[in-house]
Design a binder for this molecule. Structure first.
Ligand SMILES: [Zn+2]
Ligand SMILES: [Zn+2]
Length: 271
């Protein structure tokens, strides 16, 4: 929906989607997306957002004075996958004009100490963001797949939901996110148990590994890549998957899928 490298007028973005116009993290309430803006004033408070050698973008959280905490925008970024929200990153090229850098996944965060606007030392949250395209191109290793198919379903669900282990570097947390993304996908395939979660029909064929072929579809987000919460992914046959994206009744169909998945999840994991 945004074109990487293209320049957008920030005010225009807010006319289209809403969301806070002044802050670095914008969370439109009517859309399942979060817009992140970098490069305008970060360096003022001692931190410049930047890429690590491992392809992780370090993005400073929200809050100009005092310790940063996980409220509002910071909470939204940390929990975007569980909330089924897409994360779009923009960088300022001049006042009011931003370049779209791509869709990201929050793979972790770290704390740093830095002075705030008034010169007082405080805790700063730095988010670790990885490009979502890395998740699409990283095919799960077959040994990992086998292990994921052999794990009891409820254990697998736990693994799919486990948040990053603390005290590891950004690169390791990114790897962990890849693993979690595979775990979620496999979990959803196994929850479907060989039958499309849209029409209930048997999967149309088996893969070369001998597993029923179904496609993961993200129910809230616009893209089908990256990690998500099992509540927001359905395993669909190719027909139903096309219907979910392209049919005239796609909105109603997605709502129906959300109800089906929610009902199934209630049985897998009563809460
Ligand atoms: Zn189907
Ligand atoms: Zn889809």
């Amino acid at each position: 929906m945004f074109i990487p490298g293209q320049i957008y007028n920030r005010r225009h973005l807010h006319q289209l989607y809403g969301g806070q116009q002044q802050s670095g993290i914008s969370t439109p309430s009517q859309h399942n997306l979060i817009m992140l803006f970098t490069g305008e004033q970060g360096s003022q408070y001692g931190y410049q957002d930047n890429w690590t050698d491992d392809g992780v973008f370090l993005y400073t959280g929200q809050g100009q004075t005092g310790d940063m905490i996980f409220m509002r925008g910071n909470r939204a970024v940390r929990d975007h996958a569980a909330d089924g929200k897409d994360l779009y990153l923009f960088e300022y090229v001049q006042p009011g004009q931003v370049r779209y850098m791509g869709q990201m996944v929050c793979t972790g965060f770290q704390y740093r100490q830095a002075p705030d606007r008034e010169g007082n030392e405080r805790r700063v949250i730095t988010f670790e963001l990885a490009s979502i395209s890395a998740f699409d191109t990283t095919e799960p290793v077959e040994t990992t797949e086998q292990e994921l198919w052999a794990t009891p379903l409820s254990d697998l669900r736990q693994r799919a939901l486990a948040t990053s282990v603390v005290a590891r570097g950004p690169s390791e947390r990114k790897q962990q996110s890849y693993y979690r993304s595979s775990a979620i996908r496999t979990y959803v395939m196994r929850r479907a148990d060989g039958h499309c979660e849209g029409c209930g029909q048997e999967a149309p064929f088996r893969t070369s590994a001998g597993r029923p072929y179904l496609e993961p579809h993200h129910l809230r987000r616009l893209s089908d890549g990256g990690p998500d919460h099992p509540n927001w992914i359905a395993a669909l046959c190719p027909n139903c998957h096309s219907r979910a994206h392209h049919s005239a009744d796609r909105i109603a169909f997605n709502e129906q899928l959300i109800r089906i998945v929610r009902e199934k999840e209630r049985h897998v994991s009563p809460r």
